[in-house]
Design a protein around this ligand. Sequence first.
Ligand code: ADE
Ligand code: ZN
Length: 334
Amino acid sequence: MSDFIAQLPKAELHVHLEGTLEPELSFALATRNGVRLDYDTPEALIAAYDFHDLPSFLAIYYKAMEVLVTEQDFFELTYAYLKKAREQNVLYCEPFFDPQAHTSRGVPFATVITGIHKAQEAARAELGIESQLILCFLRDMSAESAMETLLASLPFKDWIVGVGLDSDEKHNPPRKFAEVFKLARENGYKLTMHCDVHQLNTHEHIRQVLDEIVVDRIDHGINTLDKPVLYQEVAQRGLGLTVCPVSNRFVVQNLTTAEIRRMLELGMRATVNSDDPAYFRAYMNENLQALADDGMTRDELAQLTRNAFAVAWLPDARRAQYLDTLEQYLRQAA
Ligand code: ADE
Ligand code: ZN
């Protein structure tokens, strides 16, 4: 099974670039930028990772990313993730970035996105991994700040495929950002939003995402399964759900294998993703392996992978090429 997973041609649709910041790179950047870290070694930093819910994770995540300052830092962060992903046979990915977590510290939007974009181009040319970037707004900041960020992104819109919404969901409903997402749509961006697992008012948030924001995809979305009106709508629209099993094990103490299986049974287009792999210590292969160890079959893992290419924001001809590559692999591995 581990060979099957390692060689499986994969797509990743839910990974925060800032969540790929490995402790070793953190230390290197801290030294280069004269930023003091609270720990003496990468091992000590990892040992201090203590998260049990979304807020406790986010506190560590935002603090750690303060070492990212220059264009070169964002280049190195992005290139390192893409290299790791390619080594795991991820052929295509749509990573998120959180510009407000940097602009709020005085790092210009252009610095962040230029470093990321140059790494995407270099990785495409040198490693053969294709990627398209998704800009996430921080939902615990104001709608005005999100709107400012959207406007700052427009000169770079050829480098961005879509927008998302992340950070702390509590008391930050999708509706708060309705105007921002409407303008994003008018500018040609695809739309997705986090519907994190077991959040306060999750069903109302999912309803808003479906009916008011009218997203093209849902990030996480496990709680759609609680109500037939929600999961029937998601299935009927063919919406992708970017589920993150190992992340869920940290944040809600459950790998959600049963829920992912149920999504497949209901014909929902669930996919498997790593979310914040440097923190949860699991990239794509480790996420798929965790599901396999929990009883998922090859056929189920194949369907989850097929779904990822099917719901990726790719032109249809390119999608068909990736799906061909995947089906060829599956035939040969059978
Ligand atoms: N930012 C980074 N990872 C996140 C997650 N899983 N949920 C919400 N915001 C995030
Ligand atoms: Zn996420």
